[in-house]
Design a protein around this ligand. Structure first.
Ligand SMILES: [Zn+2]
Length: 332
């Protein structure tokens, strides 16, 4: 009996050692890489930070001009995402999340913040230079900035917020520089937030987010590589027609992936894949201030049961590697 007990005890010890070794191995194993093509770097503004409930647009508020404008986001849920409260907290939590989930980000926005994040984690940050109108920067300064080598991408280009079409000729010389230098360009098309015209941006026009508005500009720059940010949501038919006619146009899923109702997100994504464009969908968040937004958004793709594991890896990584001309070996 004693011998049996001893045998049982030693087997249990061996089993426990094996189990803890395998758990450790799992923890040590790097998660497969993810490229988030749509991240905004901005200084933390204490007046602007707020909590946010993902998928808050599941119920659009009823409203009228005699009432207060609708709130831009909603924090009435059990566990809203918390914003970072300082620049230091933002950098620390965001870069820690990238390290944990093996994410590399295409980052646009405040140049000082981009440099700060890049200096801390050069492997996690691909700097992007955004221009949305000619007053921001001269064409020469734009070319110099790109030729200096720090910026690898042009975006977010967002003429829609100023009531302007992406084919407006005032932007054309900038697109010509990007085309000549082989710089990929991200252009905001589609949704810009609920009630934004009433809340803070009377110049915004929903109609200027129509994917077809890109066609004249694309015809003038046949070698330009663009991706349509927010996938032109909710104009799926135009998006599919544009991608069919223009073989180099990609889309990202940013913004609507965490703000619109989940059924709506999946319907839109499923339609893009069903139409045959699974190789031209990029993963992106539109990250602004909530470090936990990264895992929230990744979960949407991970839980999309109509996608195969290969299709998920294309969206998370392979499509971006191809689109941005990256070397997969750099991510091993
Ligand atoms: Zn955008």
């Amino acid at each position: 009996m004693k011998t049996l007990l001893k045998l049982f005890l030693s087997l249990s010890i061996v089993f426990c050692v094996l189990l803890s070794t395998s758990i450790q191995a799992q923890e040590d194993a790097k998660r497969p890489p993810i490229i988030d093509v749509h991240v905004h770097a901005m200084r933390v503004n204490p007046d602007f930070v707020r909590e946010m409930c993902p998928w808050f647009l599941s119920s659009m508020p009823g409203s009228g001009p005699e009432q207060d404008p609708p709130s831009f986001i909603n924090n009435m849920c059990v566990d809203p995402l918390q914003p970072a409260m300082s620049d230091a907290e933002m950098k620390e939590k965001l870069l820690a999340a990238c390290e944990r989930m093996n994410i590399t980000m295409v980052v646009s926005g405040d140049a000082g913040v981009i440099h700060d994040w890049y200096d801390a984690a050069p492997d996690r940050v691909i700097p992007s230079l955004g221009i949305s109108n000619a007053n921001q920067m001269s064409v020469e300064a734009f070319r110099d900035s790109l030729e200096s080598g720090f910026y690898k991408v042009m975006g977010e280009v967002a003429p829609q917020y100023q009531g302007m079409s992406p084919s407006d000729m005032t932007l054309d010389a900038y697109f010509a520089v990007a085309e000549e230098l082989g710089i990929p360009v991200g252009i905001h098309m589609g949704t810009g937030g609920n009630g934004m015209i009433n809340i803070n941006n009377p110049a915004y026009r929903a109609s200027l987010g129509q994917p077809f508005l890109l066609e004249d500009m694309l015809a003038r720059h046949p070698k330009l590589k663009i991706w349509v940010m927010h996938a032109g949501y909710p104009m799926i038919d135009q998006m599919i027609a544009l991608m069919g006619a223009n073989a180099y146009v990609y889309v990202d899923l940013a913004g609507f992936i965490w703000s619109y109702p989940k059924e709506e997100i999946h319907m839109y994504l499923k339609r893009l894949v069903q139409a045959g464009f699974g190789k031209r969908i990029l993963y992106g968040t539109d990250f602004m201030m909530w470090p936990r937004l990264l895992e929230t958004s990744i979960g949407v793709i991970e839980n999309a049961n109509y996608l195969s594991e290969d299709q998920k890896r294309d969206i998370f990584f392979n499509n971006a590697v191809r689109f941005f001309n990256l070397d997969p070996a750099d991510f091993e």
